[in-house]
Design a protein around this ligand. Sequence first.
Ligand code: COA
Length: 381
Amino acid sequence: MKAVISSTGLWTPKDSISNEELVESFNAYADKWNAENAAAIEAGEKYAMTYSDAGFIEKASGVKSRYVISKEPILDPNIMAPRIPARPDDEPSILAEIAANAARGALESAGRAPEDVGAVIVACSNLQRGYPAIAVEVQSLLRTSGFAFDMNVACSSATFGIETARGLIMGGQAKSVLVVNPEICTAHLNFKDRDAHFIFGDVATALLVESDDIAPKNHWEIIGSKLVTQFSNNIRNNFGFLNHCAPEDDGLNSERGKMGLTDKLFTQNGRSVFKEVVPMVARLIKDQCEAHNIDPQNLKRMWLHQANLNMNVLIAKKVLGKDVELEQAPVVLDEYANTSSAGSIIAFHKHSQDFKAGETGLICSFGAGYSAGAIFVKKVA
Ligand code: COA
C-alpha cells in the first residue's frame, strides 16, 4: 500500500488589491501618523513614518497584487486591517467555510464522495479559535466520516500535513484524508508596517491524500519526502491565548512601538530570513535528491513556497547549478502574494496539468519555525 495525492482544490477570494492601491493607503496612513504624532516625533519619543513604494515592493518581493477577504477596511487609513464580521456559533466560521470551499474542489476533481473521506486535517498558520478544532467543523460541513484535527507548522503546514496524512494512511487510520490550508494571512499582517505590509494575501487550498488502492488512476505517487525544523525568532507572531492575561504587554515598549507597531501580528527580520533559509532549503532539496536517487536536473518542476521571488530564483539556482526558467519553478506570488502554507499548493494546482506519466516534481515549503518540507512526486497515468 502507498499513500498518493489524488487531487487538489483552490478557493480564491473575489477581491484583489494592487501594490499601487496598497501604497496609496499606506502613504495616507503615514501622513496621518506623522501629523497626529508631530510633537512626540519632534521630541524623539516616536518615529516618523516614511512612504512605501510600489516599485520597491515588486523589486524586493515579486509581489504585484494579493487577493483579500476584506478589501475596503484594509485600504481605509483609519482602519488598516481586515474587518471580518463575527458570526454566531450556529453559523459556519469563516475559516471552516473557505476550507470547505477548497476541499469541495479536491473532492470533485477526484470523484470522491465526502462520506468516503476518513479524516480531515486543517493545516495552516493561523487558526481562528482554540476549540473545537476547525477541522471538525469542516468535517461537519462536508459530511465526511472518521475524525478531524488541526495542525500548525506556519508556512510548512501543507507539506507537514501531507506527511501526517500519509502516516495516517500507512497506519490504517483512514484510506482517504483531506488536507486543507485556509490562510487568512491579511488578519495576521500589520498593514501599518512599511517593511511587511505588502507581503501576504488570503486563499484556501486542499489536497486529497489517499491509499493507492482507492485513488483515481490519474494520481501523484509520493516518491520521497523530508521534514525539518530549526528554532528561529526571525519570523514571529506573539499573539496567543495568554495575551489577555497580561494586557499591559502590548509590545509597544519596543523600538517598533515608536512606530505604533505591536508584536501581536507578523514580524520578521526579512534579511536574516533570506540569508538563513535559502541555504537551508537548497541543502534539504539536494540531500533528499541524493537520498532518493533523484537527479535534480530530471525534476520537471519545483513548486516552491511563494514568499519571495528572489528567494525562489536563488534556491532553484543553487539546486540546479544554473539559472532556472520560470516554467521550472512557477510563480504565483505575483498575483497571490505570500499565502503561507497554501503557496506551493497553489503553484502545484495551477501548474501541473501538463505532466505525463513518469515525470517527477517537487513540492517544497519553508518558513517560520524555521520549518521546511520537501515532497517529491511522480505522475502516475
Ligand atoms: N517601500 C519602500 N522602501 C522600503 C519598503 C517599502 N515598503 N520597505 C523597506 N524599504 C526600504 C528600507 O527602508 C531599506 O532602506 P535603506 O536601505 O535606506 O535602509 C531598503 O528598502 C531595504 O530594506 P530591507 O528591509 O532590508 O529590504 P530587503 O531588500 O531585505 O527586502 C523583504 C525585504 C522582506 C522583501 C526581504 O527581506 C524578504 O523577502 N525576505 C524573506 C522574507 C520571507 O520569506 N519571509 C517569510 C515570511 S513567512
